[in-house]
Design a protein around this ligand. Structure first.
Ligand code: UDP
Ligand code: MG
Length: 314
């Protein structure tokens, strides 16, 4: 019998986990021709998440867990899931039921019958999300489409079903600064997109503040595009050309009209502008350097504190 592993990153999800388990087992029971593995990755939760997961593991043999020593972030949780999953097919699913488990049979059918290597989901509406967040998310995807060769789809969720081959390819990308939406596109293969309306969280609260999302988007840009470096260089060239034209203008004007002392406000403006551009360029450079620094240190992506998966089970 073929096996489907469901990876569920959980960070402070005690409220929603029982609901999630109920729904996901309902769907699993409908798909009797497959064996299931529910792999909960506890991302250093501070509430009772681990207790709920352990209780579930006690009742149901299909429940596996990996618990981190601290909060490493959702990307690390997904990576840990990929390394521990043993299924022939692997899906990533949020614990808050925003990724409807009921879509699974349809996703599975696409892989089985239509020959795709992965089925991804995107939400076509952003109902229930703060408008300012939707606005910036749209800007981010527009920007990424321009500056990166890797395909990134607006509204793409992390909810996706993949074949073992696809997951093995993802595992080969062992980078520390992970931006999955880009990594999925980077590995290639054939992906079908299913669309659905945004569903609101079943319980609990979102773990993503605006600030966290902003930093995450910078991670995405730095990981998948070198365009900001080019922009810094080009703006430097533009400044040089402008400065050169300005010098010619000043020399000619002085030769024709003499040199009355004037124009220090414009000088201050120019100094500020150039200074600003220099700092910005150094900042952009620094951002890439910092990511390289973290990558070179080669720290583990996550640290597992406890788990009910034995090494030789995998
Ligand atoms: N999550 C995680 N680590 C974190 C933040 C979130 O594992 O540091 C998990 C969280 O438990 C949930 C999923 O990632 O299962 C999506 O998080 P959330 O629902 O808060 O994000 P949103 O749906 O609002 O984008
Ligand atoms: Mg959510």
């Amino acid at each position: 019998m073929e096996k489907i592993s469901l990876i569920v990153p959980c960070y402070n999800e005690e409220e929603v986990l029982p609901l999630f388990y109920q729904e996901v087992t309902r769907v699993a029971d409908l798909m009797e021709e497959y064996e299931f593995e529910f792999l909960f990755v506890d991302d250093g939760s501070r509430d009772g998440t681990m207790k709920v997961v352990k209780d579930l593991a006690g009742q149901d043999k299909r429940v596996k867990y990996v618990s981190f020593s601290r909060n490493f972030g959702k990307e690390a949780a997904m990576y840990a899931g990929f390394t521990h999953a043993s299924g022939d097919y692997v899906a990533v699913m949020d614990a808050d039921l925003q990724d409807p488990p009921a879509l699974l049979p349809e996703m599975m059918a696409v892989i089985k019958n239509e020959g795709y290597d992965s089925v991804a989901t995107r939400r076509v509406t952003r109902k229930g999300e703060p408008p300012i967040r939707s606005f910036f998310a749209r800007c981010f995807y527009k920007l990424m489409r321009r500056i990166s060769k890797t395909e990134m789809v607006d509204g793409a969720r992390d909810y996706r079903l993949m074949t073992r081959q696809f997951v093995n390819s993802l595992l080969e990308l062992g980078e520390y600064n992970r931006f999955s939406k880009g990594l999925y596109g980077w590995v290639g293969y054939k992906t079908k997109w299913l669309e659905y309306e945004n569903v609101e969280r079943a319980a609990g609260e979102t773990k993503w503040s605006f600030w966290k999302l902003l930093l995450y988007s910078i991670e995405g840009i730095v990981a998948f595009s070198a365009a900001p470096l080019a922009i810094a260089a080009v703006s430097g060239i533009i400044c040089c050309v402008l400065a050169f034209l300005f010098i010619v203008f000043i020399v000619v004007r002085t030769l024709m009209f003499g040199d009355p002392v004037a124009g220090w406000p414009s000088l201050v403006c120019i100094i500020l502008l150039i200074g600003g551009l220099q700092l910005l360029s150094i900042g952009i450079l620094g951002e890439y350097l910092a990511k390289t620094y973290l990558e070179v240190k080669n720290r583990p992506i996550f640290i597992c504190k406890e788990s009910n998966i034995r090494e030789n089970d995998r």
